[in-house]
Design a protein around this ligand. Sequence first.
Ligand code: NAD
Length: 697
Amino acid sequence: MNAARVDVEGPLAIVTFDVPDRDVNVFTEAALVSLTDTIVAASDRPGVRAVVVRSAKKANFCAGADVESIASVTSQAEGQRLARLGQQSFQRIERLAKPVVAAVHGACVGGGLEFALACHGLIVSHDPKTKLGLPETQLGIVPGFGGTQRLPHRVGVPVALDMILTGRLIKARAAERMGLADDCVCPYQIEREAKRYALELADGKPRRNAKRRRGALRLLGRIGFVRRFMLSRAKAAVLARTAGVYPAPLRALALVDLAFSADREAAFVAEATAVGDLLAGDVAHRLVDLFLLMERLKRRGAEGRGLRSGDLVGVVGAGVMGAGIAKAFLDRGARVRLVDVTPDALGRGTRAIAAQSAKDVSRRRATANEARATLDRLETDTEIRGLEAARVVVEAVAEKIEIKRQVFAKLERACPEQALLASNTSSLPLATIGAELGSRGRVVGLHFFNPVERMPLVEIVRSPTTSEATVVEACAIVRDLGKYPVCVKDLPGFAVNRVLAPYLAEALLLVEEGVDLDVIDDAMRRLGFPMGPIRVLDTVGLDVATAVADSLKPTLGARLAEPRIGRELAAMGHLGDKSRGGFRVRRGKGSVAAPWLADALTRAGAVARSPKPDADEIRDRLWYALLCEAAFALEDGIVDEPAHLDAALVLGAGFPPAHGGPVAVIESLGRAAVVARLEALHQRFAPRFQTSAWLRG
Ligand code: NAD
């Protein structure tokens, strides 16, 4: 394969990285070898004094190792070999006598950044698309082409740890500020600057931006005991966040230490060994599979037109969800017409959007000018009108069928024929909402999750009358909002709420049996859930959770327990975080069991079990309640492919990606083993823990 070409311009060789038949440059084994050989050969050319490497791809320098290739590696030895190949290739570049400068415009991540770190100079373009990072730990591996060794020396231990452990991508200016890049220049000047810099280096002039690399914190990381203190704090933070179910961040911590405590060669061998070990394990493969699955989900709307900047979008209902949805569209350049019944409600919605915009500015996600332009695209009205040019309207009014039907009847009259009419309902059948409309083909569910700005999932609800063209367009719009579409059937609770309901009910039963709240939450946190079920209930709100359970009861029947405690707390006005406490109340930085909990348990008629359920029972009841309902949802064909249910739960419910999702868990345990465990639980806790035909099939 020829992944790069050379043009000689006087004393400079310009190497253009251009992996054939790909939209972005990725390192397959062949591409890696080809790029390295091309650079080495170019620098050997007579008369050449320096090399500049650029990319032929639009807005992409290099996306790193090819994820499909990573997915195909299952043995330790193969993983280690590939990492060694990458390391040795980049060492060849690092050791060249003539300087090599990377001119980075667009994304430069993973192996791409590891390549740039091995070059003698790195110039980045000041462009929103230019982003640098090492996201390998998000795929369950560690940077394996020398990144864990070169990055800490370049940016210091604290910044390197942050980048490697979170996979965070750094913008161009910040990359220059932190000393990662040598210079940051306008996109149209990048080649000229890279060439000039390459010649400066060839003339023996010092590296640009060198003084940034001499900061105190950076030097402190070189001192053994200080570094070990930094590493132990980072390790404690990783363990607190993930309960240690992800091996990659822990391996990365040890490798960053080696960057200063071992000789280069030994550290490189350790890095490659870690890549091999991690690729031979299950977690990396689950994360890689999920990554590839998410990419496929995004392609679902490939033929759709999607959202373009300047499109008109209607949002009806300016409450919690309406405001969040409107903001998501505004952020993508759409004009949004927000409708609610009263000016007061519109004022609340507008203020919520403005507050979110202000947060974007303070977090440097947007400039003040961008935030102002975003708000300028918002218009409000107390009537459904002015939507003659709308592309899509999302209804997010109160969860009442009569109100929704009235809104849809008005929308059908107010919107053009081709506009999508979408509902954000969480529990009402889409078919009923659109039953009386003449154009039911364009009625679809766009089920966003709360809070909209943070939740990456949107369930695309399809009723029997929703047209395929509508589904494709809905998927394209969701993709353009930067979220992931998962198509679901129009059944109560759709995918996420349905699978979660029996799990949350089981947690409530455990509370009624006298199990401590922390014991319940910790059981799930130890499996890698970011929040335990009681914390989830307080976050969602006990009124909302009760309403969802009520809407699911007719479908789930005996599988859904009917604990009284959540309902009792809601009736007492203790709804959770939104009413300053539900099961727990805030105390200092943490929270404790609410003072009214004992009273609520008495009112609910709860009887503590003696002896209390032990840790194994607690974990199994929660875990299998979720797996059990996932299997029933599959039997009902809730999603197009079983794996989509995994994506939905990971993206919409915080299911730990380390386990791959409920379907991946069932398949890895083996369906027969899951059936056996459910039968044992059913014997003790009938009528719950039933086994679906899908599990027995
Ligand atoms: P909310 O009570 O915060 O907001 C509802 C808004 O709709 C209010 O501002 C109300 O004035 C307005 N409204 C009522 N009737 C209207 C009408 N005829 N025309 C225009 N506006 C009208 O509710 P929410 O939490 O934003 O939920 C809205 C929808 O989103 C519901 O269908 C809900 O099931 C769904 N949903 C909610 C969540 C959540 O966590 N809150 C999550 C997913 C989906």
